[in-house]
Design a protein around this ligand. Structure first.
Ligand code: ZN
Length: 251
């Protein structure tokens, strides 16, 4: 882990780095990072988030940037990502501002719907965005070792894993995964038809599942709960709406 730690979190600084926060916050970002030439119009070079930029942000500022990235996505005004420049700028070190725990669904790729680039967010994906020990360890690495400020649990509408849990589907190793979602089905208060055919019920269970995952992270990770208590990170739930493309933040 030590070698990996150094590899993941070297302290290389590249003054030319520019990220999604540059275009997202404008003057606000300028204040947040103490001023840097990469914010001046015409001088911006597309590249990755620096340690200074990331460390200067509060968890709430990171959440604002993620919200604004999603607004750009919905408006069709995503940044012109220069992935080769981002790759070069981040090769010697990464300073992601957030870690996103999302579903594997092909329609919910966090980096695209939040308009982030290489080196800006960690992304953990598992069907139904549940938190098991290995995922908790990944989130702990992202925040406690690599310095991310936000854990964003992101469910989505029309989730197949949620439907499978509602139906009690059984298939190989998937059975055990769906068992972890099942308590969210039981815990969802809903007056209509409680089947996977009812989109509203499916989405209500998905919302419950996100909130349960957030609770589980807090209760099963002393590391993350401690960081949140100290104000160093925020653990936030959210729901990505496939229709419309909005990421609804539960914060
Ligand atoms: Zn899903």
């Amino acid at each position: 882990m030590n070698d990996q730690h150094e590899g993941c979190c070297g302290n290389a600084v590249d003054g030319s780095r520019r990220t999604w926060l540059a275009s997202a916050l404008g003057a606000g970002a300028f204040a947040a990072v103490g001023g840097a030439s990469w914010l001046l119009p015409g001088l911006a070079q597309a590249a990755a988030l620096t340690k200074e930029q990331r460390d200067a942000m509060t968890p709430d500022q990171v959440i604002t940037l993620l919200r604004e990235g999603n607004e750009r996505f919905r408006a069709g005004k995503m940044q012109g990502h220069d992935y080769l420049a981002q790759k070069r700028a981040s090769a010697s070190g990464q300073y992601p501002a957030a870690v996103i725990l999302g579903c594997i669904d092909s329609r919910a790729p966090a980096e695209i719907i939040l308009d982030t680039g290489i080196g800006e967010t960690f992304t953990a994906r598992v069907a139904g965005n549940i938190a098991n020990d290995d995922l908790l360890g990944s989130l702990e690495f992202a925040c406690a070792i690599a310095g991310s400020k936000v854990v964003l649990v992101m469910g989505h509408t029309a989730c197949g894993a949620i439907k499978g849990a509602i139906d009690g589907a059984k298939l190989g190793n998937l059975t055990g995964l769906l068992d972890k979602i099942r308590p969210a089905v039981d815990a969802t208060q809903f007056s209509g038809e409680r089947t996977s055919k009812n989109d509203d019920f499916v989405d209500a269970v998905a919302a419950t599942n996100v909130r349960r995952t957030v609770d589980e992270i807090r209760h099963r990770s002393d590391v993350l709960a401690g960081l949140e208590k100290d104000g160093k990170i925020k653990i936030v739930g959210s729901m990505y709406h496939l229709v419309g493309g909005k990421v609804e933040f539960y914060a």
